[in-house]
Design a protein around this ligand. Structure first.
Ligand code: UDX
Length: 426
């Protein structure tokens, strides 16, 4: 928002994050974001605080972007943090305010928050809740924010100031002809979960086809290329492999199913259960391939897992397929060494018992089996010959279908890739 030219105050309840941001440090890895932060701190357009009272005085336009993680013991989204923002902020407001929700929420939330805000707003204060879902991808957050591929805004029926304010806030992308879709609140909420459910379904579709390719000796990558040429299908998000993870897709499809159940429409989304199951089976399949490489027992075998972030260009390990595989192998008795260019600190907190190497080179030394689990550029570019000199045994599983199979085979490697050339290890 500051980069788009606005005066911005960022508020969070976490002192350490606010201190880091105020000092110009982004407390997670996101390419390009440190430069944006620095530039806007220096210009004086951006500052940070833990103080809601300051936020209440500072602005009449507020963006709510707190997390909605999966609730413990349930598929539903945990709405505690979203409600807490309204409960803290609204009683302090004076005058006319609009709060734009960005968090991914169950359909019906905005209307409920409007009731809550109405009940908490001081006499003479008006607070409108609008919904403006966020579609940014980790790793491309800056680009997706400055030049989004669409802006969706849900507004309440009747009197609303939100659209006019949103047009001002997003003047810059709107000048560049970014599609701007104004809907009712529930449609805007649903757009976000539907988009993520579709993406998850697309990935699981190709991974289901992978299972058939593995049995028949087909090649899922060639197949994805072939069907991807049909522009009704498209090649994007047909990357077969270890499947999806992260802080959004897995919990969003589960929350969508949970909400459908509450609405008495479970049947509409039961297919998402299958999407989830297909996705999880890819992790099991990878662990099975590793076991097969050691004739059924992982005990004591040295396995190197390249990558622990849920995807490249991120340090996020939430529900990471790579870390899940590394953890399962370790629990199965293997001596697992992990290297990731950015995800190690976060992984250590979740899985302290794995060995963490300082570099890909160190991780590969003496490995009996290598698993490429997150497709960082550094791993895509590994030279099969040089890598072969480091390991104890030239055996690799390409969990992301990014290696040149024939080049690795020519260098004497036994290479297994999910959905391709399984006969190799048989
Ligand atoms: C996703 C949505 O893309 C974004 O619009 C939304 O705002 C938040 O959720 P993100 O979680 O950053 O973004 O990751 P994304 O790039 O969508 O990847 C999700 C997962 O799918 C990753 O684990 C990735 O490795 C996996 N993936 C992606 C595949 O397995 N195959 C593919 O072809 C594409």
């Amino acid at each position: 928002m500051a980069e788009l030219g606005h005066e911005v105050l960022g508020v969070d309840v976490d002192d350490s994050k606010i201190a880091a941001l105020s000092a110009g440090t982004v407390p997670f890895y996101e390419p390009g974001l440190p430069e944006v932060l620095q530039r806007n701190l220096e210009s004086g357009r951006l500052s940070f605080s833990t103080n809601y009272a300051r936020a209440a005085e500072f602005a009449h336009v507020h963006f709510l972007g707190v997390g909605t993680p999966q609730r413990h013991g349930s598929y539903a989204a945990d709405m505690t943090y979203v409600r807490a923002v309204i409960e803290e902020l609204v009683p302090m407001l004076k005058g006319d305010h609009v709060i734009f929700g960005k968090s991914t929420v169950p359909v019906g939330t905005a209307a409920k928050l409007q009731e809550l805000a109405d009940s908490l707003a001081p006499e003479g204060t008006s607070v409108e809740i609008a919904w403006n879902p966020e579609f940014l991808r980790e790793g491309y957050a800056v680009k997706d924010t400055i030049t989004p591929d669409r802006i969706v805004l849900g507004v309440r029926g009747g009197e609303s100031a939100a659209e006019e304010i949103a047009r001002e806030v997003y003047a810059q992308p709107l000048e560049q002809d970014t599609p701007f879709l104004v809907t009712d609140l529930q449609t805007a909420e649903l757009v976000k979960v539907a988009a993520n459910a579709f993406l998850a379904t697309k990935i699981s579709f190709i991974n289901a086809v992978s299972e058939i390719c593995e049995i028949t000796g087909g090649d899922v990558v060639a197949l994805a290329d072939a069907i991807g040429h049909d522009d009704r299908i498209g090649r994007k998000f047909l990357g077969a492999g270890l499947g999806f993870g992260g802080g959004c897709l897995p919990k969003d499809i589960r929350a969508f199913m949970a909400r459908a159940g509450e609405l008495g429409a479970d049947q509409a989304l039961t297919f998402l259960r299958e999407v989830d199951a297909i996705n999880m089976r890819r992790r099991d399949r990878t662990v099975d391939l590793a076991k097969r490489a050691f004739n059924g027992s992982l005990l004591g075998h040295r396995v190197t897992v390249l990558g622990c972030a849920f995807k490249p260009n991120s340090d996020d390990v939430r529900d990471s397929p790579a870390l899940s595989v590394a953890g399962s192998l370790s629990l199965g008795g293997a001596a697992v060494t992990v290297y990731d260019p950015q995800g190690m600190d976060n992984a250590r907190k979740v899985f302290p018992t794995l060995n963490y190497a300082d570099s890909a080179h160190a991780a590969l030394e003496d490995a009996e089996l290598v698993i490429l689990a997150t497709e960082w550029q550094e791993f895509r570019e590994l030279d099969p010959e040089a890598t072969g000199k480091l390991v104890a045994s030239r055996r690799i599983i390409d969990g992301r279908n990014v290696l040149d199979v024939s080049a690795w085979q020519s260098a004497g490697w036994i290479i297994e890739a999910l959905g391709r050339s399984v006969n190799n290890l048989a």
